[in-house]
Ligand binder design. Sequence first.
Ligand code: ATP
Ligand code: MG
Length: 570
Amino acid sequence: MRWSRYFLYTLRDNPSDAEVVSHQLLARAGMIDKVAAGIYTYLPLGWRSIDKLSRIIREEMNAAGSVEVVMPCIQPAELWQESGRFQKYGRELLRIKDRHDRDFCFGPTHEEVITDFVRRRVTSYRQLPANLYQIQTKFRDEIRPRFGLMRGREFLMKDAYSFHSSAGSLDEAYRAMENAYRRVFDRCELSYTAVEADTGNIGGSESHEFMVLADTGEDAVAACECGYGANVEKATAGAIAPPPPWPGKVPAKPEAVHTPGASSVPDVAAFLKLDPAHFIKTMIVETDREFAIALVRGDDEINEVKLKNVLDATHIQLAAESKVEQVTGGAMGFSGPVGLKGIRIVADPEVMRMTVAAAGANRADYHLVGVVPGREFAPDLVADVRKARAGDPCPRCGAPLVLKRGIEVGHIFKLGTKYSEPMACNFLDEKGETHPMMMGCYGLGVGRTVAAAVEQNHDAAGIIWPRPLAPFEVELIALNPDVPAVRDAAEKLYGDLQGAGCEVFYDDRDERPGVKFNDADLVGFPVRVVVGKKGVEQGQAELSLRRDKVKVPTALPDAVAKTRELLSGV
Ligand code: ATP
Ligand code: MG
């Protein structure tokens, strides 16, 4: 491809809303163009990367036994009403009406559509398992679209769904998908890790996320050298160290202490000369079902995802101040578990391991000192609701956990009968009995994966494409193309490289060398071949890798072979 005939316009400046490197570089390298918040055009160069990744995904999905389909973007509300998600999904679901005033939505995911057409065709265990995938456009009205392709509103996803007559068969497909994902990310040369993930409201038995490790990742991962890894939303830990010894005498029974103005744990701890770990932190939450109280140790944080699951809730939020006062009879910021009635209390096991503690007194500016968990209050539920912290003992081996940032590029899930049951997607077994099918679903963010590759492969000058995702493999630069000898040598090389099967992008523009070099660094194709006046006089081209920029002068007749050799090494 000749630049002069292509559609590539690089930008000198970062878009003002581009906070992360991948967004900045994909925009500046002329790969994407913003149309509206979270909505992008994939420009020709960007589409080539997306297309390359899509091919890799297709090959691996096909090899894992999944069959390609394409489902529509626009989906009828009836199907979502059947699964119960039309109401539940929240505002990420873009609901629309047609000219007849009928309800539709723009699909954020396709469980409903696929379950509907499978149930109308598959009736017997003999037709199972079935496994289908698509690469298709989703729309989610994300509250905070940002980071370019990383969190768009309209974005490309590969989503696969499998249907089974037994848990064993689902497990087999799940493992095959897990391996296929590993192969996809390996082939993209990404550094990633597969971690245990929250199954949330879906309540499935197993779920893994594939995380590309990067400082800009929106997710936090707790990991251990032993191989344990989990999204922090889900991560557990072994028992943590107990609080330091109680300073001074332990009160025989709780004493109310005046703590004027001090409501945060660090403030009260400083005021009472206690350690934050001596406190019980109390949080009053409102779910779609009830008000509830969660307790963690004062130096811990509450994990809202865990709490939401423990409370079997769909939504969870902090209770409003007026509700806190109503529930506890005291002021916000001074809540504690002692004396509360008519509300469920969930206590983290670490709270129950405390021998004595301080807590809010449910009275403005007062705390209770000398509270003994189990004596002064009895939780309705003891469950892990704390956030795992760096240094916590690994739940498997006890070594200290490390926290890392990650970009979630894929998510695989055992759904069980969550959709097949309400939607009556049933099969007849050998005995002629009816059962709902077991399902799995498997998502992979196509644009997000390309963005993640840029996060992991760049320098100050631009992108350094891993070869499998590079829009082109070779950039051929003619310096001073107005010089006939240079133009002739470059044109010949262009033809020869193409003839040898190289994907070559030929910068034949009438631009200064500096501009061409800067652009070549920015778009970041793996191998660069430069033909200039001096070189041509000596019968040479100059080859280099984008990754290390080490110049390799090469005789013109050897340039094609050398280019191929360099390419095979990247
Ligand atoms: P997140 O927690 O990042 O919002 P999710 O749990 O909603 O992701 P899934 O519903 O599991 O994501 O979707 C499957 C995959 O689709 C994700 O692993 C991710 O790679 C991609 N994806 C999800 N939301 C977006 C988005 N807004 N923009 C780009 N890719 C996305
Ligand atoms: Mg999401």
